[in-house]
Write a protein that binds this ligand. Structure first.
Ligand code: HEM
Length: 427
């Protein structure tokens, strides 16, 4: 951790422990006295909320796994038995399935917060990249989990997504099919596939937990960025993490949990595809195979391109792009608060992702309701804008945009005395 430790063990036991395993010193320095910028807003609560949701997913998942049977014959019935026979099984399942949605909701707000305040810029590149790795693993975990109830949507989602690998045949004949069959453990999605998906679905959250430790470690070396995007200049700019941010984070966590509870108790199936309450049937393809809402933008990108391999490359490219963001953004100013042009492109990106999500829920040949306007060109435009934002707008805008003047320090900005300005553009 950066900086000097402020921990002083007070009892005989804590002195003894500190000399052997300074775990209390670590907790004190990272979560109690840690100097945190005094201007962090609501959007900075989502890191704590995400940690909480990861815990919920792991605990409910472990108990569900005690009752779930990962076999093509029994999986569907075992989930129904959890819902009907296991004490509070319905609660565990609804917490887990809706928990995934709330986990993604929080991670999207967390990622867009990072993009808006330029939190990926030096010296936080590694912190950002670890975040991207976590996000990719979250997607993999959610996809694997979705297949486990072995309903129609589970089975066909597993079939569609694993079949993406067969597109490799187009450049390396037979290799794609070989990889796909290796993933399946047979010649179609079946019992061995379900077994390995269950095993990996159990494993990955612990890998994510390990990465979260690295993520928070990488955060504590430079310390938090903040909505102004300027560096901490001295003690006047910070407050101790506890009690200031423990209290603030707990408050927002509580609001988030209330919203989560409303969905779990009153709308538990609002986000579920009804087809997943029909047992998997390899002989009947559902009329529409769609992923959960949080993967729809990527699905729209995949289906907007008629050539399968290129579609797959565009899909994975959209994720890989995020790794390069710290170097694609050439602006010398971090926060979009001071970047009038970049701000507009940022909000266009937000709208673009929502639009892609909407389009991803419809067939590629669909038209907008009540019109004869086809959706496909919009999905293509949306995909193009996503790429253009990262590969053209971020690199070029930093070179041509004149940012607004930055406040001298966080303290002057917070107390309203920020008359001194450090980067007023030379007139
Ligand atoms: C399980 C998922 C995750 C957990 C538990 C987590 C946890 C945290 C925590 C506790 C913080 C500090 C508080 C805050 O700024 O909200 C943080 C900051 C940060 N996270 Fe995450 N994170 C996760 C996923 C991600 C992802 C997917 C990304 C980006 C792709 C990301 C990028 C960042 C960045 C850039 C910061 C620094 C923000 C700043 O100081 O302005 N995180 N994260």
């Amino acid at each position: 951790m950066a900086g000097h430790s402020t921990y002083v063990p007070k009892t005989g036991f804590t002195r003894w422990l500190d000399a052997r395993l300074p775990i209390l010193r670590f907790a004190n320095d990272t979560m109690t006295t840690f100097p945190t910028p005094r201007n962090l807003n609501f959007w900075y609560s989502f890191g704590g909320i995400l940690t909480f949701m990861l815990g919920i997913q792991i605990v409910t998942g472990i108990v569900l796994a005690m009752h779930y049977v990962p076999s093509a014959d029994k999986a569907f019935d075992s989930v129904e038995s959890i819902m009907r026979d296991v004490n509070y099984g319905w609660l565990l399942r609804y917490m887990h399935s809706n928990g995934a949605s709330f986990f993604f909701l929080a991670v999207y707000l967390h990622i867009f917060r990072g993009l808006y305040y330029g939190s990926y810029k030096a010296p936080r590149e590694i912190l950002w990249i670890i975040g991207v790795l976590i996000y990719v693993l979250m997607i993999a975990t959610a996809f694997l989990g979705y297949t486990l109830p072995w309903g129609q949507m589970s089975f066909w989602a597993a079939t569609v997504i694993t079949n993406l690998f067969s597109s490799i045949d187009q450049i390396l004949p037979h290799a794609g099919t070989a990889i796909t069959e290796w993933l399946w453990g047979g010649f179609a999605v079946g019992d061995p596939t379900l077994n390995r998906f269950f095993s990996l679905h159990y494993l990955l959250p612990f890998v994510i937990a390990g990465l979260v430790v690295l993520h928070i470690w990488a955060l504590h070396v430079p310390g938090n960025n903040n909505p102004l995007g300027i560096d901490v200049k001295g003690p006047q700019d910070t407050v101790p993490f506890h009690p200031y941010y423990t209290a603030k984070d707990l408050f927002y966590l509580l609001l988030f949990v209330i919203l989560y509870a409303v969905v779990v108790f009153y709308l538990p199936n609002a986000l579920v595809e009804p087809d997943n309450y029909v047992p998997a049937n390899p002989l009947v393809t559902p009329p529409e195979i769609v992923p959960e809402w949080y993967l729809l933008p990527f699905y729209a990108m995949l289906r907007s391109i008629p050539q399968k391999l290129i579609g797959v490359i565009v899909l994975f490219g959209a994720l890989i792009t995020l790794v390069f963001v710290p170097w694609l953004d050439t602006s010398r100013v971090r926060s979009m608060r001071f970047r009038p042009l970049a701000k507009q492109f940022f909000w266009a990106l937000v709208v673009d992702c929502v639009l892609l999500g909407y389009l991803g829920a419809h067939r590629p040949d669909a038209v907008f309701p009540g019109t004869s306007i086809p959706m496909l060109p919009f999905a293509r435009l949306g995909t193009a804008y996503y790429y253009a934002y990262f590969w053209l707008v971020l690199p070029l805008l930093g070179l041509i945009e004149t940012p607004k003047p930055l406040p001298a320090t966080i303290a002057t900005s917070v107390t309203g005395t920020g008359v001194e300005q450090v980067n007023a553009p030379a007139e």
